[in-house]
Design a protein. Structure first.
Length: 187
């Protein structure tokens, strides 16, 4: 953490994923989100039988408001620039979305797939629209795109979000490990 000190200004926050090193008094933990890391299935059979839209610049505020109304603190307005995000609209309103955030290359020989991974991100459906399988269809679209490119999808989900975990398991995702996301601020 000492090496970060000159790179972070007082009052600025940053994120760490995984085990935290010891924090000196100049760092304050703002948020900690214990998550399960899940690896995607090798194939997915959910149909893509409803209109899904590629989201972009014009959608950024609506995307930010939707995800942060349910899981605040880990999605910023420009997070969408890290990958492709798709959404489902009802009466012109964005009610469900999912996208990609991180791309990784594995270095260990025991990793599944080709050694290339992409994280599914910001999977959410407004509470008034749950139960319509919107998230399943969005996840299917992203998984198919990734699998066709030789990329293994993975995701992180809050351990407390048991409904989402059941959905991911139903789609064929398997548990890899537990991991925490932490937002830390320099004081």
């Amino acid at each position: 953490m000492d090496k970060l000190d000159p790179l972070i200004t007082t009052g600025e926050s940053f994120y760490l994923i995984g085990d935290l090193p010891p924090l000196s008094p100049i760092w304050v933990m703002e948020l900690e989100l214990p998550c399960a890391q899940l690896i995607g299935p090798k194939e997915i059979t959910v149909p893509e039988d409803i209109p899904m839209y590629l989201l972009g610049e014009a959608d950024k505020d609506e995307m930010y408001e939707l995800i942060n109304s349910m899981q605040p603190g880990y999605y910023n307005r420009d997070t969408r620039l890290l990958g492709e995000y798709y959404g489902i609209r009802q009466d012109g309103r964005l009610v469900s979305m999912a996208g990609e955030r991180m791309r990784l290359s594995a270095t260990s020989g025991d990793s599944p797939g080709s050694g290339r991974y992409s994280e599914l991100s910001a999977i959410c459906t407004h509470p008034q629209y749950t139960g319509r399988q919107y998230a399943q269809r969005l996840i299917a679209r992203l998984c198919r795109m990734q699998l066709e490119s030789g990329i293994t999808p993975f995701l992180h989900v809050a351990k407390s979000n048991t409904r989402a975990i059941r959905l991911y398991e139903h789609l064929g995702f398997t548990h890899r490990r537990e991991i925490s996301f932490s937002r830390i601020r320099k004081v």
